[in-house]
Write a protein that binds this ligand. Sequence first.
Ligand code: UD1
Length: 362
Amino acid sequence: MKAKPKIVSIVGARPQFIKLAPLSKAFSGRFHHAIVHTGQHYDDNMSQTFFRQLHLPRPSTNLSISGGRHGAMTGRMLAATEKVLLADRPDFVVVYGDTNSTMAGALAAAKLSIPVGHVEAGMRSFVDDMPEEINRRLTDHLARLHFCPTEVSMKNLRAEGIKNGLIHSGDLMYELLHDSKSIIRANRKPLRQFGLTPGEFLLITAHRAGNVDSPENLKRLVELLEALPIPTLFPVHPRTRKRFVQAKLLKRLRNQDNLILCEPLSYLDTLTCAMQARAVLTDSGGLQKEALFLGTPVLTLRDETEWVETLRRGNKLVGLDTGRVLRALRRKRAVRPMPYLIRRKRPSRLIADAVRRFLDGR
Ligand code: UD1
């Protein structure tokens, strides 16, 4: 294989920019690395803010594809990514997580016989019709290298007959958080901005289709928001904002005493709030882990989680059940650190080494 192989990372959504940050550092110098942004997330505070704050290189291409139904969005991404890959002819493609951008990128590359590596391979919720579960399963079956963050994710792949190219890499999100911890700790901005006292507020996020797209569940979310006993900061994801507007619920929430609604926060501000909050309530996969890494108990607003290890370490599944949430908040929850999510080497280094070995062996 040539001295500096060409790698393309395909990203499009907020959590992918976070995972890309440590990996793009590990790739630089060793590979020609280009970033293709599908455009799935396009608001400044969902996209560019992350590139700026995490010092990510500018994408070489932005496909500007977002919105619409899943099939249409994924189809447009597939066609546009294929064009870019045909022009660039990379030696390897990396996709991240479980979004429509992940699956479209993996499929476009695989159809062109370009090997694919999947970051966060093997994660499963075992909810077959969850959009992310569909994307994960298909991506894992297209990828040649599987960068598994946990032991359980390795087992999940083996159970599906995927036995080759499994790399227990540890968690890139943990690596970035570990490197950013002193900045997160010293950051006073968000608490000052929202008038919050450390340990005396809750941080809540909710954007899963299952939680906000059904009017019934949206109503349950609103009832939960109205019952929270202490000041609560709620950075509202665009999907959720749209649903609140459609259901004419935004005004009602704005008038809620304990509730502070705000725009999506930057990476560092989110984590400072997660670190200083009494508890984090979320349906995000990433924030579940990040809060625990920072020592804050988590209530997951779902009935299942892909990150099953977190359940023994301070994460509790509560669905959108106000009673369960309130009972859980009254109980003091111990948080135990999760050392197994990082191994001897940095995840980014393990992944970069594995890609190099794979390409050298061809
Ligand atoms: C997507 C991922 C989800 C991930 C989440 C992180 C899929 C299937 N889901 O969900 O796994 O946890 O990203 O945030 O890929 N919108 C804006 N501005 C933006 C981005 C989106 O207004 O910057 C709007 C879109 O136009 C759309 C809605 O928000 O109407 C939802 O966006 P979409 O990309 O479909 O999925 P997410 O809910 O963000």
